[in-house]
Design a binder for this molecule. Structure first.
Ligand code: HEM
Length: 233
């Protein structure tokens, strides 16, 4: 199980713009993230390693599209980590050339001037609502942030002395290989300096329209799993 697969799937799909009719200009889960030009977008720093892990599988099963493979890997990582079964469908079509990649800037920033306004702007453009924004943010229950990639997080903490993959980085939760609702508990408490809270994580307990869901998910893991699976799908 590799937590970077969840981010890879999210960053291939998170370029979606519901206001653009034309494919592939509208972006979304279309395998465009395999091209260097998109991997070089600042938001995608480090994802080349996640892609490399999937290349042998793509070679073995060439008829599976990158778009499907990214989503399969992300959903499988969540299930393997103890998260909900996500009702996935397959049959996504790949873009065929780098010219079809979306322009830079469609994915969210972690530290914008007004985090709530930024999340609304970016996620509403994808067709997602406040409940879905909060549920999906709960994916940060997995994985780590690395200063040498995104610029966020500590180089190492007491929770990240070992891999899988290169050790180091800062996680949002103590058990960052386990998918559960600890992200919401930890962001709410915000008292362990070794755990990460990005501005866009913290705002989930500040803005009233996010807070109702964040509080609920901190109390009720079953509700989180149900809403997460729906939002992810
Ligand atoms: C709400 C806006 C979001 C922001 C601003 C954001 C930002 C970030 C940042 C800065 C990192 C650290 C990257 C690095 O340094 O390697 C990260 C990692 C990660 N993000 Fe997000 N993220 C957001 C939403 C999401 C969503 C919706 C998902 C999935 C559904 C997700 C899944 C992940 C995962 C799994 C990691 C850890 C990757 C690893 O362990 O290699 N994020 N995110």
């Amino acid at each position: 199980m590799d937590t970077s697969q969840v981010r890879l799937g999210w960053h291939d799909s998170g370029t979606y713009n519901k206001n653009i009719e034309e494919w592939p200009k509208r972006g979304g889960a279309n395998g465009s993230l395999r091209f260097e030009i998109e991997l070089k977008h600042a938001a995608n720093a480090g994802l080349v390693n996640a892609l490399k892990l999937l290349e042998p599988i793509k070679e073995k099963y060439p008829s599976v599209t990158y778009a499907d493979l990214f989503q399969l890997a992300g959903a499988t990582a969540i299930e393997e980590a103890g998260g909900p079964k996500i009702p996935m469908k397959y049959g996504r079509v790949d873009v065929s050339k780098p010219e079809e990649c979306p322009e830079e800037g469609r994915l969210p920033d972690a530290g914008p001037p007004s985090p709530a306004d930024h999340l609304w702007e970016v996620f509403y453009r994808m067709g997602l609502n406040d409940k879905e924004i909060v549920a999906l943010s709960g994916a940060h229950t997995l994985g780590r942030s690395r200063p040498e990639r995104s610029g966020w997080g500590k180089p190492e903490t007491k929770y990240t002395k070992e891999g899988p993959g290169a050790p180091g980085g800062q996680s949002w939760t103590m058990q960052w290989l386990k998918f559960d609702n600890s992200y919401f508990k930890d962001v709410k408490e915000w008292k362990d300096e070794d755990l990460l809270v990005l501005p866009t994580d913290g705002v989930l307990f500040e803005d009233p329209s996010f807070k109702v869901y964040a509080e609920k998910y901190a109390e009720d893991q079953e509700a989180f799993f149900k809403d997460y699976a729906e939002a992810h799908a």
